[in-house]
Design a binder for this molecule. Structure first.
Ligand SMILES: Nc1nc2c(c(=O)[nH]1)N(C=O)[C@@H](CNc1ccc(C(=O)N[C@@H](CCC(=O)O)C(=O)O)cc1)CN2
Ligand SMILES: Nc1ncnc2c1ncn2[C@@H]1O[C@H](COP(=O)(O)OP(=O)(O)OP(=O)(O)O)[C@@H](O)[C@H]1O
Length: 232
């Protein structure tokens, strides 16, 4: 009997890895740009486009979206007493969540604002309640006049863009990523923005840290989960 008469057999089990999603196999997505300078150019153009698009939305519409976002963020936070919550002083058309900060402070939370110490450095968070005095910080962003650093339990992070994996596109300073990487304990990070800020992917880079959740006027986005409308 020669070899051709024996039942066919393989030296090792057949490999099906080529049929598996490249991400599962730990391989880069073949459709993703691998060229980081190209990604950075894309991010810059996308930032400019998204900021211009949200500023083109009438102020009353943005205010209504902001109120819807605030209501849903409040539900996400739940019992706020005793928590340290960082908000932000809104600029360039970001949702105005200052009334939410007031509400949280009234419920016994300690509120704070992010403070740029220097370019390339993590942010600090300084205690601030609505009505407390402010001064101008780096880039003229209003910051608390009193110097009272705190470590937040919850960070509200305004997004310029976001993707379904809850990665955030910001203003390009890398501040939030650097800050989250440096904090002694990881706060819960709630991204906030308008649904028009959604991107198919922001092409996350190794330093990008996903938000725990993103709240828009249309509902709550959890990483890779479907969007759920919060009904009241
Ligand atoms: N309301 C609010 N406050 C915030 C933030 C935010 O996103 N929103 N930040 C969240 O991080 C920090 C400020 N981050 C900023 C980052 C970059 C620029 C900025 O003007 N960048 C230049 C280009 C920067 C560069 O390429 O080096 C620009 O846009 O012209 C401003 C604020 C802290 N405070
Ligand atoms: N943890 C980190 N350590 C060192 N460099 C970092 C870190 N995070 C971000 N960077 C750098 O910061 C720069 C800007 O990052 P990125 O484009 O992610 O900013 P962004 O998230 O849009 O901005 P921001 O958080 O300020 O709103 C990049 O060049 C990146 O290399």
């Amino acid at each position: 009997m020669d070899d051709d008469d024996k039942p066919a057999s393989l030296a090792s089990p057949a490999c099906f890895l080529h049929e598996v999603d490249p991400a599962y196999a730990g391989l880069p997505d073949p459709d993703a740009p691998r060229d980081w300078p190209q990604v950075n150019r894309w991010r810059k153009a996308e930032r400019d486009r998204l900021i211009a698009a949200r500023l083109a939305v009438p102020a009353e519409t943005r205010a209504a979206f902001g109120a819807s976002i605030a209501e849903q963020v409040l539900a996400e936070i739940g019992a706020a007493a005793g928590l340290v919550v960082s908000g932000y002083w809104p600029f360039r058309g970001e949702p105005d969540l200052r009334p939410l900060l007031q509400n949280l402070a009234g419920s016994g939370a300690r509120t704070a604002l992010p403070v740029v110490i220097a370019k390339g450095q993590p942010l600090e968070f300084h205690a601030w309640r609505p009505g407390d005095p402010l001064e101008r910080g780096v880039w003229n962003i209003p910051i608390p006049a009193a110097h009272a650093p705190v470590i937040p339990d919850i960070v509200l992070a305004p997004v310029v863009g976001y993707d379904p994996a809850c990665y955030r596109l910001g203003y390009g300073g890398g501040f939030f990523d650097r800050t989250l990487a440096a904090l002694p304990r990881r706060p819960r990070v709630i991204g906030v923005g308008y649904s028009g800020a959604r991107c198919a992917t922001i092409h996350p880079q190794p330093h990008d840290i996903a938000m725990d959740v993103i709240v828009t006027e249309n509902g709550v986005v959890r990483p890779y989960a479907s969007t759920t409308r919060v009904l009241t």
